[in-house]
Design a protein around this ligand. Structure first.
Ligand SMILES: Nc1ncnc2c1ncn2[C@@H]1O[C@H](COP(=O)(O)OP(=O)(O)OP(=O)(O)O)[C@@H](O)[C@H]1O
Ligand SMILES: [Mg+2]
Length: 373
C-alpha cells in the first residue's frame, strides 16, 4: 500500500492488509473443519463471512488440504452447479493426467471432457447433455471423499440457503445422503439469509437437520476496529483521534462493511482537505455517502406501502417490543397483526434484520437517510 492509496476496502472479500482480527474464529473454524466437524456460519449481510472463510481456505491450502469454495448466488441450476463443482474439485488435483486415470476408475456415470484452452493447456471439465439425475449427483458429491489423501478436503458452500432455488428438497436430500458419509471432508455452510439457513439446519423435517455445528459470526470488537482504523490512517500520514475512530464505528453500528465504507470516504475527504480526520471531515463523509445513495434509498422506500413505511420510521426510533399495543398506539400503526405483516415484509426485503428480539436496519446509512427526511 502506498501513501496515496486508500487504506480501506469494501465491496469485495478482504484479506491482509485490510483484514482485522477474527483470531479466535480463524483458530476454531480451522480446527473444527480439519477434524471432521461440519460448520454452519450465519450472520446478517456484510459482517465478513466470505472474507473469513476465504482466509481460512487459503491457510488450510498452504497446509496441504484440498479446498473448494462455491458461492450459491452464482449457481442458477443443478447443471451449472455440477459443472462448477466438478471443475473446482479438479482444480485441486496436482496432475490432470493422473486425475483422469483415477476419475475413470472412480466414476461411471459422469465423464470428464478434455479440451485445450487458448494457451494450449489441456483442461478437464464436465458437460452434461441432460439435467444431471440423482445417480450423477451422488457420484459428483462423493468425488472429494474418493479423491482424498492424507490431508483431506475442506469445502465451503457460501450463501447455501440459495440451494432452495435448485428445486430444493430433492437436491438437498441427495446432497445430504452423500455428504453424511464423508469422513475426509470438512464442510462449511455459510449464509446471510439467517432465517432460511437456520431453518435448513434446525428443522426436523429438513434434509440437513443437525448436520453441522451452528455458529453466529459476530461484529468485530470495537477496540480492535479502533486500532485498525488508526493504523490505516497513520500509514498514509493522516491523523485521527481515538474518539473520532470510535465515532466511525458507532455511526456504522460496528458492521465491518460500513466501517470500511465510511473510513474510506473519510480518508478521501481528509486527503482532499489536506487535514486530519475530525468531526467536520467525518460529518462531510457521512453526508456524501447519504447523498450518493439518496436515489437508491428513495426507490427502496417508495416500493413499500404506506404502512410499511410507517413501521420502518417507528422502528428507526424504537426497535424493541414492537408487537404490543403501546407501540402501535404511539406510532399510529393500527392493529398489531398489521405491524407483524409489515415487519415480515421489511425482513424479507432485507431492509431490517432481527437479532434476539430487536430489529435493526441492515444499512445504517439508510436509517440515517430516513431520519433526515
Ligand atoms: N475481518 C475483517 N476486517 C476488516 N474488514 C472486514 C473484515 N471482514 C469483512 N470486512 C469488511 O466487510 C466487507 C464485507 O465482507 P464480506 O463480503 O466478507 O462479508 P459477508 O458477510 O460475506 O457479506 P455478504 O453477506 O454480503 O456476502 C468487506 O468488503 C470489508 O470491507
Ligand atoms: Mg458473503
Amino acid at each position: 500500500m502506498t501513501k496515496r492509496e486508500n487504506p480501506f476496502r469494501y465491496g469485495i472479500a478482504v484479506d491482509d492488509p485490510y483484514f482485522a482480527d477474527r483470531e479466535q474464529e480463524l483458530k476454531d473454524y480451522s480446527k473444527w473443519l480439519t477434524t471432521g466437524q461440519s460448520l454452519v456460519v450465519y450472520s446478517p449481510r456484510r459482517y465478513g463471512k466470505t472474507s473469513l472463510m476465504l482466509k481460512i481456505l487459503k491457510k488450510l491450502k498452504q497446509e496441504g488440504y484440498h479446498t473448494v469454495y462455491i458461492d450459491f448466488f452464482r449457481v442458477t441450476s443443478r447443471h451449472r452447479f455440477a459443472e462448477l463443482y466438478y471443475s473446482e474439485i479438479l482444480k485441486q488435483m496436482p496432475s490432470w493426467q493422473k486425475t483422469i486415470k483415477k476419475l475413470y476408475s472412480l466414476t461411471k456415470r459422469i465423464r470428464p471432457v478434455i479440451s485445450v484452452d487458448e494457451q494450449g493447456i489441456p483442461v478437464v471439465s464436465l458437460k452434461f447433455e441432460e439435467r444431471p439425475g440423482s445417480e450423477e449427483l451422488t457420484e459428483l458429491f462423493d468425488l472429494p471423499q474418493k479423491l482424498s489423501d492424507k490431508k483431506g478436503w475442506i469445502i465451503v458452500f457460501d450463501e447455501f440457503q440459495e440451494i432452495n432455488k435448485l428445486n430444493g428438497d430433492s437436491f438437498e436430500k441427495e446432497m445430504r445422503a452423500s455428504l453424511i458419509h464423508h469422513t475426509n471432508v470438512g464442510y462449511a455452510f455459510l449464509g446471510s439469509k439467517m432465517h432460511m439457513l437456520l431453518n435448513m439446519f434446525t428443522r426436523e423435517n429438513r434434509a440437513f437437520y443437525q448436520f453441522g455445528k451452528i455458529t453466529e459470526l459476530r461484529k468485530l470488537p470495537v477496540e480492535i476496529m479502533v486500532e485498525y482504523l488508526q493504523s490505516g490512517y497513520k500509514k498514509t500520514g493522516i491523523d485521527i483521534k481515538e474518539g473520532i475512530a470510535s465515532g466511525i464505528i458507532n455511526t456504522c453500528e460496528a458492521i465491518p462493511h460500513y466501517i470500511q465504507y465510511l473510513a474510506s470516504a473519510a480518508w478521501e475527504e481528509a486527503v482532499e482537505s489536506k487535514a486530519g480526520i475530525d468531526d467536520i471531515i467525518l460529518g462531510k463523509a457521512i453526508q456524501k455517502i447519504i447523498i450518493n445513495q439518496a436515489e437508491y434509498f428513495t426507490s427502496q422506500y417508495e416500493r413499500l406501502t404506506l404502512h410499511q413505511q410507517n413501521v420502518l420510521k417507528a422502528i428507526s426510533s424504537e426497535n424493541e417490543n414492537i408487537f404490543n399495543a403501546g407501540f402501535t398506539v404511539k406510532y399510529n400503526l393500527n392493529a398489531i397483526s398489521s405491524v407483524q405483516r409489515s415487519t415480515e415484509r421489511l425482513l424479507a426485503e432485507g431492509i431490517l434484520v432481527r437479532q434476539q428480539n430487536a430489529y435493526f436496519f441492515t444499512d445504517p446509512f439508510f436509517k440515517m437517510w430516513l431520519t433526515a427526511i
